[in-house]
Write a new protein. Structure first.
Length: 159
């Protein structure tokens, strides 16, 4: 787990998602594997399930995201990213906030990057490319997959 200096925002992997059971933490999960586990599903549910895309319960917000091509994020849309940022805004003043995915290299750091650029304005908000350059100095393991293409294309829609 990695703490972003000057904040109580942390980037982590699947193992760190267990902090969702710790009252000192608010957790944003961005991994399909954890989402399915939390929901108690043995495999992916039908797309019309009310918690298929996202599930929120108190200090825990989970997205059914896979790390892949940009088109995979179209079904959740910019609204999901805005929801994640709103959730962090809500909990960050009083809790440690973990943003996790499977490995902490693509999805979760992208949400952290967005928070730093769009809400805290501690890195560039000019474009995804500029924010990525700034963010990689803070978090060198950042290695985004298709989520980077999606966020780049929808940069102005994510607030």
């Amino acid at each position: 787990m990695f703490q972003i200096a000057g904040t109580n925002i942390y980037i982590g992997g699947k193992a760190d998602s267990l902090l969702r059971n710790d009252d000192a933490w608010a957790v944003v999960n961005t991994a399909k594997t954890v989402h399915i586990e939390v929901m108690g599903w043995s495999n992916a549910p039908p797309r019309d399930h009310p918690n298929y895309l996202a599930y929120e319960n108190g200090q825990f917000l989970s997205f059914n995201w896979v790390d892949g091509a940009a088109h995979l994020y179209k079904w959740s849309g910019p609204e999901a990213f805005n929801r994640a940022l709103d959730f962090i805004d809500h909990w960050a003043p009083t809790k440690n906030v973990l943003v996790n995915c499977d490995l902490g290299q693509s999805r979760s750091p992208t949400v952290a990057l967005l928070y730093l650029a769009k809400r805290l304005h501690t890195i560039s908000n000019e474009s995804f490319s500029a924010a990525r350059t700034d963010f990689q100095e803070i978090y060198p393991p950042y290695s985004p997959s298709g989520i980077a293409d999606y966020v780049s294309q929808h940069w102005n829609e994510i607030q």
